[in-house]
Design a protein around this ligand. Structure first.
Ligand code: GLC
Length: 628
């Protein structure tokens, strides 16, 4: 990256006289220089030893967990230390990237209200434990991805405390309502309209409102202080905020962390008259961060958490001269509700519509393909896919399905409009009816739910990106409604799925015949087949025509033979014909990557209900002689 482009970014972000700009640039270089000098030699060797494209490989599989919930039932030590003992389980499943949800000192929002970036929350352990975990994970070929909550601090962070006291340096770390009215800026979305409405938090010490996109203590001046915690947005228009956060990021990477999940990244820049979401300057900030991160930890990756439509989302990989120079990874948000739609309605039309529009990504970038995380399943992006009443109808249909019959709970109620925001909380096993079938002793239902889980996993593994598994979904953990007894958690239904991973479930994962073992073995088989298949590298997919809405087919191209992927989201059996390309050998059999069996291209392919097939071309291979 040329120094001139770096300067262009800074000049766009911070219009100021050249002399001041040069000082700003020098300060950033200085932070990076110190971080480079501090980078421990073993990490420097680690940087050199790995491909800069490690996140795009077919072996790259991510697993997301809360360190405490994932280890609590396995040992009484600090979760970061107990995690080391859980690494063999993850490695056995086929996981190569462990994403830890926030572990820094925090006062709420399940860790996303950070009180101190430099300290691990004592409930989790210490920074030394984190360093040790990274070392042990690396030794097993597992990379660690850490949450970096860069959009906001908690109101108990020393910067916020200083701002409350009126310290002018730290007051400027946040965004204040200078009108004194707390009137919302027009067009700015309301993220938690029920339990933390608006985008201001009242600060009695200052007699003013401060910007808060997420949790607030007191959204109205005359209201009671009710919020369980508060998250105050950082003011990136102040270069001192950028300095502090770049320094924080680089220090975390120097602990051995391999990547940072950039939490709530679209909200970083506020400008009146805009929605304050994915502002162009957000992208400039990320480009600056990328350059500095690369200069210190060249193998580290940045993951954008941006719940946006495809076009806006793709910009997080960089555009124009910055293509391939922004974040390395982004959650494939538009695919997610469409996958749930396919499951719920046996209809892949929306999924096909998104896949047909997936753009070609830069070679060094990839999607994180997921069906669930620690948050709600946000169904609203499906509405944007089909403008007008169709999109809204799909959205409502999905919401109604997943909140019915105890599958999940609505997330985000908008009291002003008396409607839910089309998000639903729940674990995958519950949302796919597995938990209900188990409770009813409905064996067919359990069978179906197992097949659906594996369909989800097979789709995520093949769709063109790094698949992400939410902790416990690989053994079918069910909703845990106990959060309702805790007054702090009760208003936030997302806690329904933030459950302890029980030791008994891990044991059953290895006890043949249990549902946990069937799920675990099924996921493991899918990931093992993916790992060795070159066609699953990178992100290119080519959609195929299929005769039924329940069916989805696409090709993953590869030099040594393409892979044809078929999925049947419906209960009925269908046949499809595999139309290999014109340059394919019509005599050569295709190999089923899961069973190893051969399939002749001119024979119809059987697709059982709720099943999938991955078929690999084998150019030049003659069919196996049939034994008589
Ligand atoms: C992200 C997190 C979510 C959190 C929010 C505020 O969306 O995934 O859990 O509440 O940011 O930090």
């Amino acid at each position: 990256m040329s120094a001139a482009l770096f300067r262009t970014l800074l000049a766009r972000l911070y219009p100021m006289p050249n002399r001041d700009l040069r000082r700003l640039e020098a300060a950033l270089h200085d932070i990076a220089w110190h971080a480079r000098a501090d980078r421990p030699p073993p990490l420097q060797e680690w940087d050199l030893s790995r491909s800069p494209r490690w996140h795009t490989g077919s072996e790259a599989v991510a697993y997301v967990a809360y360190a405490d919930l994932f280890t609590r039932d396995f040992g009484a030590g600090p979760p970061l230390r107990e995690l080391a003992a859980r690494l063999p389980y993850l490695a056995d499943l086929g996981v190569t990237v462990l994403h830890l949800l926030p572990i820094q000192k925090s006062s709420g929002d399940a860790g996303f209200a950070v009180d101190d970036y430099t300290q691990v929350d004592p409930r989790f352990g210490t920074m030394d434990d984190l360093e040790d975990l990274c070392r042990q994970a690396h030794a097993r070929g597992i990379s660690i991805l850490l949450d970096f909550v860069l959009n906001h601090t908690s109101d108990l962070h020393p910067w916020a405390e200083a701002a409350k006291r009126g310290d002018p340096r730290y007051r400027e770390f946040y965004v204040w309502d200078e009108t004194g009215t707390g009137a919302p800026w027009p067009g700015v979305p309301d993220i938690f309209p029920d339990f933390a409405p608006g985008h201001w938090d009242w600060v009695p010490e200052q007699g003013k409102y401060v910007w808060s996109t997420f949790y607030k203590r007191q959204p109205r001046k005359d209201g009671p202080r009710t919020g369980a915690c508060a998250q105050w947005d950082l003011n990136y228009a102040n270069p001192n905020v950028l300095f502090a956060m770049v320094d924080t990021a680089l220090q975390l990477l120097n602990k051995g962390v391999d990547g940072l999940r950039l939490d709530a990244v679209p909200f970083l820049w506020k400008e009146p008259g805009t929605a304050c979401v994915s502002h162009p300057k957000v992208h400039d900030l990320l480009r600056v961060l990328r350059i500095l991160v690369e200069s210190v930890a060249p193998g580290a990756v940045l993951l954008a958490e941006a719940n946006d439509q495809l076009a806006g989302l793709t910009e997080y990989f960089g555009t124009g001269p910055f293509r391939g120079r922004e974040t390395h990874l982004a959650y494939a948000f538009p695919l997610m509700p469409c996958l749930w739609y396919a499951s719920a309605k046996a209809d892949t039309t929306p999924l096909q519509a998104v896949m047909a529009r997936m753009p070609q990504l830069p070679e060094n970038a990839s999607w994180l393909v997921f069906d669930e995380v620690h948050d709600e399943v946000s169904l609203e992006t499906i509405a944007g896919l089909f403008p007008g009443p169709r999109g809204a109808a799909l959205n409502r249909e999905l919401f109604a399905h997943f909140t019915a019959e105890g599958r999940g709970e609505p997330f985000r109620f908008d009291p002003a409009r008396q409607e839910y925001g089309q998000g639903v909380s729940g674990t995958r096993w519950s949302l796919l009816d597995g938990a209900r079938a188990e409770a009813d002793g409905d064996l067919h239902g359990v069978e179906d739910a197992i097949k659906r889980v594996l369909l989800h996993e097979a789709f995520k593994a093949a769709a063109g990106g790094m698949p992400l598994i939410y902790a416990g979904s690989e053994v079918g953990l069910a909703n845990d409604p106990s959060y309702r007894q805790d007054p702090v958690k009760a208003p936030d239904t997302r806690f329904l799925k933030r459950t302890v991973y029980p030791r008994a479930a891990a044991e059953r994962a290895y006890r043949e015949g249990t549902k946990e073992a069937r799920l675990f073995a099924g996921v493991k088989r899918i990931l093992a087949a993916r790992k060795v298949e070159p066609a699953f590298r990178g992100t290119r997919t080519i959609l195929l025509d299929t005769p039924e809405a329940a069916l989805l087919g696409f090709v993953r191209p590869a030099r040594d033979g393409d892979v044809y992927c078929f999925f049947n989201f419906g209960p009925a059996r269908w046949q499809v014909s595999v139309q290999t390309g014109a340059d394919s050998d019509p005599e050569s059999p295709l190999k089923d990557l899961l069973t190893g069996l051969e399939v002749l291209p001119d024979q119809p392919l059987e697709l059982e209900g709720l099943s999938f097939r991955w078929l690999k071309e084998q150019p030049g291979k003659k069919p196996e002689p049939v034994a008589v």
